[in-house]
Write a protein that binds this ligand. Sequence first.
Ligand SMILES: Cc1cc2nc3c(=O)[nH]c(=O)nc-3n(C[C@H](O)[C@H](O)[C@H](O)COP(=O)(O)O)c2cc1C
Length: 406
Amino acid sequence: MLAGKRIVLGVTGGIAAYKAVEVSRRLVDAGAHVVPVMTAGAEHFIGRTTLSALASEPVQTSLWDEASPIPHTRLGQGADLILVAPATARLLAAYAAGLSTDLLTNVLLATRAPVVVCPAMHTEMWEHPAVQANIATLRARGVHIVEPESGRLAGGDVGAGRLAAPEHIVAAVDAVLGGAGELAGLHVVVSAGGTREPIDAVRVIANRSSGKQGYAVAAEAAARGARVTLVSTVELPVPTGCTVVPVETAAQMQAAMEATAPGADVVVMSAAVADFRPVAAAEGKIKKDQGIPQIVLESTPDILAGLGAAKPAGQVLVGFAAETGDLVANATGKLERKRLDLIVANDVSAPGVGFQHDTNAVTLLRAGAPGEPAAATTVALTDKRSIARAVLDAVVEIRRGQTPPA
Ligand SMILES: Cc1cc2nc3c(=O)[nH]c(=O)nc-3n(C[C@H](O)[C@H](O)[C@H](O)COP(=O)(O)O)c2cc1C
């Protein structure tokens, strides 16, 4: 869907500006017409000549000195899509506030085209509440945010804030323009977060799952063109293209999964479902002066095993295994018992891995042919979006293996 599209590429003054040149080259190679706009800040990082040479026309930088008398409205009105990569904290703030002091912010305000913004900055800046509030504002207005990745940053620092890889930015642009991504036409159901089982009116049995890994899988599936249903116990920003079904308890999650999974092409059960729940929740709040309550527990339904038992032909079912012991042996047992196609196992006792972190390290175990061992691939510590990519790459491979040769 990129061929023939007119894309304004805004480049701002971050260290990742040099990667915008590669983004531009890829868009042009895919047949898009790239109109480059640089801020004055960006000119400290890359030369106009480089970007002009690899875009479709010369770079524009100013409201005042261009050949066109009204570049501030003409560019935005004529665009099929505006892409800002990299987007500085300054640009995000100006765009969120509607502050049109330079050519790029004018273009962003004077358009009805879809906008894709790719923030990049140091971790402290990215995590600052002001930046996050601006991201939330833009997202609520329908701006597509391609989240930064974790990795090496300028000055030798490591953390979240690195510009998403050029191929992922181009894939996101393609998906926003309605391009047929790898998962186009497929329905993907993802569960995310930890369940909460009520003890009384105010207390619950919960677990440490943040839902971040499930949301990353959902966002990646949507970016690859899938229709995504996200069954979630947590309130995180809803990734573009996903429909959320909010749930709280294991029973509610089971009902939601049983309602959505049968028609799905891919089911990814990344939620951390409680294994036990109180037999009955007390009415009202249990008072301190009532003495120490005896809470009797019962097992919750094994949702994943149920999905495995009822799995329709052709569906790819993915489970997660948070382990602290023999990772591969435990996960392989689960893979076989629950009739999964793929299990994503992580050792949650390792630093930076699993619950609540922004990073994860996993072993992907694929079901082998009957009698054959599971095939294992390890993904070293990285951000959860990169883990999501590895999971969906494996799903795409499994689907290819299922398709009978033409
Ligand atoms: C070496 C260097 C690297 C910078 N990298 C970033 C960055 O990655 N992200 C960011 O938001 N700001 C970064 N800044 C700060 C911006 O350049 C500064 O806020 C500038 O006003 C942004 O202008 P612009 O948004 O108009 O391009 C950097 C500054 C310097 C000197």
